[in-house]
Write a protein that binds this ligand. Structure first.
Ligand SMILES: N[C@@H](CCC(=O)N[C@@H](CS)C(=O)NCC(=O)O)C(=O)O
Length: 215
């Protein structure tokens, strides 16, 4: 049965990037349905696929799975060889907590440092509320890398759902030149060097749509 992933603009849609990255990383074949966001027809087009009216949404035969984290959970079950979560019970609990923290939080960072692949990297004046988000993310990445540095380059050593969840945040750290600790900087670089991440960024740069609210 063939898979399709409905996504928004690659330049802006950070939620779309998460499951796309997981699928690409694992070499799972899928069709991409790209719907440019915030145009007159966008909502109606998304609603053809997802009752939430938001992207991403995964189509697997008759099944519709929406919301980035639910899609990642589904993919980890559908393709168990991808080993989406750490093997260890306690590490898995920690990874799930961090993924949920990302999914539900960091609103200030997301508001003031929107993903924008085209943005030439440069610092920007940010309201005070953003720094605690930057600090917390830096702390998460540092702790994970200190614990798992010997197991591989990703947050828990081997690539997992947690990396897909944090990947677009790493793009933001680069685009807005957010300064953090050396371990976190190295993790940002791991993501920026990843060929699939680079392919997404390049595609985003070549999109023609401009959403002024996100510029
Ligand atoms: N919690 C959702 C958030 C999805 C979301 O906000 N998607 C945005 C694009 S990044 C969207 O579809 N916006 C279009 C709209 O609201 O009309 C997830 O994790 O997938």
């Amino acid at each position: 049965m063939s898979l399709s992933l409905v996504i928004g603009n690659k330049n802006y849609s950070s939620w779309s990037f998460r499951p796309w990255f997981y699928l690409k990383h694992h070499g799972i074949e899928f069709d991409e349905i790209r719907i440019p966001l915030y145009q007159e027809e966008s909502k109606a087009k998304i609603l053809q696929y997802s009752p939430s009216g938001k992207v991403p949404v995964l189509l697997d035969g008759e099944l519709r799975i929406w919301d980035s984290l639910a899609i990642l959970e589904y993919l980890a079950e559908r393709f168990p060889q991808t080993q989406g979560w750490p093997d260890d019970f306690a590490e898995r609990a920690l990874a799930r907590s961090l993924a949920a923290e990302m999914h539900a939080g960091f609103t200030a960072l997301r508001t003031y440092c929107g993903m924008n692949c085209r943005r030439p990297p440069a610092a920007k004046h940010l309201p005070e509320g953003v720094q605690p988000d930057i600090d917390r993310i830096g702390e998460i990445w540092q702790q994970c890398r200190r614990r798992h540095g010997k197991d591989g380059p990703w947050l828990f050593g081997r690539f997992g759902i947690i990396d897909a969840m944090f990947a677009p945040v790493a793009f933001r750290f680069h685009s807005y030149q957010l300064v953090t600790n050396p371990e976190a900087q190295a993790y940002v670089q791991t993501l920026l060097n990843d060929p699939d991440a680079q392919a997404w960024i390049e595609a985003g740069k070549h999109e023609s749509e401009v959403i002024s609210a996100f510029e």
